[in-house]
Write a protein that binds this ligand. Sequence first.
Ligand code: SAM
Length: 381
Amino acid sequence: MSSVKYYRELLTQDQRIEAFRRAIHRAVRPGDRVLDIGAGLGTFAFFAADAGAGEVWAVDGDPIIHVARTVARLNRLAERIRFERGWIPDVELPGPAQVVVFEDFSPRLVDQRFFRLHTAVRSRYAAAGARFVPEGATVRAAPVGGPELLAAAGAWPDGETRYGIDWSATREYVMNSPVTNAVRSEALAADPVVVARVSFDRELVVEPPTPVQWISTRSGPVHGLAYWFDLEFGAGEVLSNRPGGVPASWGHLYLPIDPPLPVTSGDVLEGWAGPERLQLGLPGWLSWGLRAGGRERRGHEFCGAPASVTDLLGASPGSVPRLTSVGRRTAEILRLADGSTTLADIADRLVERNPGMTRAEALHLAFDALRGKIESGGAPQ
Ligand SMILES: C[S@@+](CC[C@H](N)C(=O)[O-])C[C@H]1O[C@@H](n2cnc3c(N)ncnc32)[C@H](O)[C@@H]1O
C-alpha cells in the first residue's frame, strides 16, 4: 500500500503527465469505454472523461482508488467514471475497452508481472483494434564507464577483506545484480543501440537477447551496460528513461561487469542484454555481456541470487510442493473464509484447532493470510 503523499508526488511529474494527457486525447473517441489500469488518484481517468469517453473504468488494487473517487465527486467528474478496487486481471469489466491506459512499468519493462498483465489485457479486456496508451516501447542499451558505477553495484575499491575475513565470495553476487538509477549521462561510453521493441497492441513475444554492436566514443574502462526504455505515445512523442533523462519514474538499470573492460575510442564492442526466454515464452532472468579486444565479460541475474540447490529444485515444474506449517495454516484459514464466516469466527476456530494459540494471535494470522485475497481487494474491512 503506497501513501497518498506518493501519489501526490506523481502529480508533480509534469512531463510524464502531459505526455499521457496528450496521448489520451488523441486515442479516445466519443463514447469509447476506457480502462485505466493503475489509476492511482484517477488522473488519466479524468483526462479520458474530458476527452469524451462514454465510460471510464479506473482500476487500482491500492486503496488510493477510494481517494480518487472522492476527488472525482469534488470535481463533478464522477458520473462517467467507475472506480474499482482490484488487481487486473482479477477485475471483471462489463465489456472490452476501446482504449487501455497503463503506466506501472518496472525499469526492465518486460518482466513476468508485465507479461501476465499484458497477455490478460489483450485476451480479456481490450476490444479488437483497441488503442493503447502508451502505444509501445523501445528498449536500448549502451556501454558505460565510471568508478561511481562500481560503488553503486556494491563493489569495494580497497579489496574484499573486512574485519580479517575474506568476503570475495559475495562479490560475484553484487556484480551480477542490476542496479536502478545509478548511471549519469556522462557515463555513457557509446551511443545506445536498440535491443528490443514492444508494441502493446500485439502479442508480447520474448526472444532470447540478440547480439548488438557499439562503437566506443571514448577511451577508458567500461564497467557494464546502461539499460532503459523509451515509451512511445504516437505523433512522435516519447518519454525516455535514459540516464540523465526526465522523468525518472520508472528508472533505468545499470548492468555491471567485473572486472571492467579496457576500451579505446573507436573500438567495436559487441554484446547483448535482455531477459532470457523461459518455458511457455515467459521472460526470465536478465542476461548481458560485452566483448572488446578479444576479452569477454558476462553478467546474469541468476548469479546474483543466493539460492541453494533445494531452492532451485523446489522451483522446477517437476517438483511436488509440500506445505510447511505456515502453508498448512494459510490453507486452513482460506478454507474457513467461506463467504459467510466472520473474521472473529475464523479466529475462534483457529484457537479451537490449535492448542496454545491465543485469540489475538489467531486474529492476526487470519488477517495476514487473507490480506489481498478477499473481495474488498485487500485488508478485511
Ligand atoms: C505509478 S502508479 C501510477 C498512478 C497514476 N496512473 C498516476 O500516474 O498518477 C501505478 C499504480 O498502478 C497500480 N497497479 C499496478 N499494477 C496493477 C494491476 N495489475 N491492477 C491494478 N492496479 C495496478 C499500483 O497500485 C499503482 O497505484
